[in-house]
Design a protein around this ligand. Structure first.
Ligand code: HEC
Ligand code: HEC
Length: 348
């Protein structure tokens, strides 16, 4: 064989090796793409939003700096029809300015106490540990011990209308109810079914090993809350009387005795991460003790009462801080209201 021929053969061998290598790399790349697209496939059947939208928002479901859930933005969602988009925007508007539409002077109907959903579900239900809607779409329908039944999102929303807003819920099928539920679904649509997003809902505060103390709470309230929510706890209504600048914490226009915030663990966790208004869970201004004591104080003041005789049909399923007896355990109503809760939880 001539030297020239040997060289060509060597070169040909190298080219073949290279081609095989490129081939393998291409196969690996295709496999990777297929795998990730399967992974991020929408895990829900929320029809009003096109599935490719959900794929898009899935990739941005976490804040890389904190690892916490972030809500998709309506503006970023691709492939929504105009009707879908305007329904979501109306839902968001109803969450943010509920009273304008459904409050005592509401333009659509007069159903509620003048509060907005957003007063408690901050930033339209998207703020980390701001009682957000991050875990709603992914975990409902679910069994809830309070009603002793499996609840869907409509039922859960109606609950807040009847308790937190001490009013009447718009009906399923109404433009308002459908828009609110569509918005809540969309907001949680980037969380996998069955999972609870990190940073969702309310911050879980450590228990004190003493009862929460309303007397200490009153002092802290005067120092840190009263400037906005007022000495009488009734907040401050806007000059137009349609909605509040500072929402009420007690009194006839506040949440009622069947509401989530009437449980002091919900109240304390909510204010620890969010009040005085403007703080975040990262830089709280209240100590744990202050949060529990203020919760005890505010929930010792008068609230509208709600007939909750049908709640908690199985008393052994009552949550540790449900403040009304009878109880399946031997702890007093007082201890169920103010704690210490450690022993109650332990006995369970
Ligand atoms: C006075 C405060 C308050 C107001 C106002 C309020 N909510 Fe709530 N909401 C709560 C609390 C507290 C919870 C229970 C959160 C928990 O236990 O983690 C809750 C829970 C919910 C949940 C279930 C959340 C979950 O993760 O399971 C939905 C949905 C909801 N509210 C919707 C609404 C809507 C819609 C409105 C307005 C019509 C509204 N809420 C107004 C306080 C409020
Ligand atoms: C600078 C004014 C300001 C201060 C101070 C303040 N809040 Fe608020 N608070 C607000 C505003 C405004 C909202 C409603 C937020 C919204 O709608 O986005 C609110 C909402 C709330 C809510 C939920 C709605 C309701 O009325 O039930 C609670 C509970 C609450 N505050 C408790 C407290 C407590 C307790 C303190 C003191 C530790 C406090 N706030 C201090 C302005 C304030």
């Amino acid at each position: 064989m001539s030297k020239e021929f040997e060289d060509i053969e060597k070169l040909w061998k190298q080219v073949k090796m290279l081609m095989i290598l490129i081939g393998i790399m291409a196969i690996v790349a295709v496999l990777l793409v297929v795998r990730t697209s399967f992974k991020s496939k929408p895990t829900n059947n929320y029809t009003p939003v096109d599935s490719s939208t959900i794929l898009e928002v899935n990739s941005k479901s976490l804040d890389p700096s904190t690892d916490l859930w972030t809500a998709p933005k309506i503006e970023d969602a691709k492939n929504l029809t105009e009707a879908q988009k305007s329904q979501l925007l109306y839902g968001k508007e109803l969450i943010s300015n509920t009273s304008k539409y459904l409050g005592p002077l509401g333009s659509v109907a007069k159903l509620t106490n003048g509060m907005n959903c957003q007063n408690c579900h901050l930033e339209a239900g998207t703020k980390p540990y701001g009682n957000n809607y991050g875990a709603v779409f992914s975990t409902y329908p679910k069994y809830r011990a309070r009603s002793g039944a499996v609840e869907d999102i409509y039922k859960r929303v109606a609950d807040c209308f009847e308790r937190s807003l001490n009013g009447v819920s718009p009906e399923k099928g109404s433009k308002e109810m459908e828009a609110i539920v569509a918005y809540i679904n969309f907001t949680g649509s980037n969380v996998e079914k069955g999972k609870k997003a990190k940073g969702s809902g309310i911050y879980e505060l450590k228990f004190l090993d003493r009862p929460a103390d309303p007397t200490k709470g009153k002092i802290a309230y005067q120092a840190k809350c009263q400037s906005c929510h007022q000495a009488n706890g009734e907040g401050q209504i806007n000059p137009d009387k349609v909605s509040y600048q500072y929402p009420p914490l007690w009194g006839k226009n506040a949440y009622n005795s069947g509401a989530g915030l009437y449980r002091i663990s919900r109240f304390a966790g909510y204010i620890k991460a969010n009040m005085p208004f403007g703080v975040t869970y990262k830089e709280p201004q209240l100590t744990d003790e202050e949060a529990w004591d203020i919760a005890a104080y505010v929930n010792s003041m008068p609230h509208p009462s709600k007939d909750i005789s049908k709640d908690w049909p199985k008393i052994e399923e009552k949550t540790f801080d449900h403040p009304f007896g009878p109880f399946a355990d031997a702890f007093s109503e007082e201890q169920h209201k103010f704690g210490p809760f450690g022993p109650i939880k332990k006995a369970k």
